[in-house]
Design a binder for this molecule. Sequence first.
Ligand code: HAM
Length: 418
Amino acid sequence: MSYQAPKGTFDLLPPDSATFLAVRAALSAPARRAGYAYVETPIFEDTALFARGVGESTDVVSKEMYTFEDKGGRSLTLRPEGTASVLRAVLEHNLHRGALPVKLWYSGSFLRYERPQAGRYRHFSQVGIEAVGVEDAALDAEAVLLAVDAYAALGLRDVRLLLNSLGDRTCRPAYREALQAFLRGLDLDAETRSRVEINPLRVLDDKRPEVLRQLEEAPLAADHLCDDCKAHHEQVRALLTAAGVTFEDAPRLVRGLDYYTRTTFEFVHDGLGAQAAVGGGGRYDGLSESIGGPALPGVGWALGVDRTVLALRAEGVEPAVDDPVQVFAVPIGPEAVGPLFGIVTELRRAGIRADLAYGGRGLKGSMKAADRSGATRALVVGERDLADGVAQVKDLTSGEQVAVPLTELVARLQEELR
Ligand code: HAM
């Protein structure tokens, strides 16, 4: 074989692809029931949108972007995430001048040049929501609940919700300085020391034991919140508690993207090893201004479809997916092909999933195909059946076979397969 899928990517093939579709649909279902409307943005954007929006000093922007110059000399980047794009679209089309909040959901491919490992890919799939234009703790709580309900509907049990507040432009600067002052006193390598100066919060996310040990006494954002941020955070916590949501206060939770203010959260699954985050999000009240827009608050999340599928597998949960087909038609002899082709078309138009044995394989080969198809009924029709105006309907589970008049066939199958 000459070509393979590029490093860090994989093909989604049947039957697993059906699970992916089901998971994608389930992850967005609660949001769709809560007034979120579908949005789709281009797979590439001006590089500057992500550089400004996500933050130059993040790993995502500084190391992981697929950036290229197009033939017109523009610098474009394959989207590493969706929030900056969605906000750009909101601003460009003035959606924020209409009814607020603007509630949007999306689903699609995202690209990051990461070191591939289990659960971490260069091409991956997210379902996300963004609620823009309102600064209300109840909207943060709604966002969290919609994700909680999505995981619950899929049957996931071992998802933990980590919740934190990172403060806002009032209290964050003082916290940042306090954290920097603390970090400067530690024994750190050169790269981490420079991170202390550029993006000190990211240092809290260091997983190396020798660093972790030194971080035990690090000042935490939660202890430096201004009164407004504290009140906001308490309200989010209270609403979630009242809704019966279990969460863990995670004062060390920092996210890999720079736009977050106040509420931040992550959903982690313990069956996934190092790449435990199945989803994450938070509030981003400064993002609009950093990409040239007016002051416009927002909150949202993105859930990783690939990792959610892995989490389901780790728990041994199979999301319900429809069998590809319910009825498989087997023509005996060439003269049965035309009439059966017509019957199959009629069945499909009546809402029954149906397929036909193609390629004149003969009865044995065709029945094997029927068994493999996942159908519960085979429709066997030969010359004699046509003369009698019937089809043989074989129950592939019990092996029972009955002759059904062609005129009653669609109604009978509809009744049986409902
Ligand atoms: P994020 O935490 O970077 O947030 O990504 C969200 C989720 O996407 C992760 O929790 C993970 O499940 C999945 N994911 C991220 N990178 C990869 C990868 N390389 N391979 C597989 N799965 C991955 C965001 O993207 C924000 N835009 C979320 C957000 C929306 N915040 C506010 N609104």
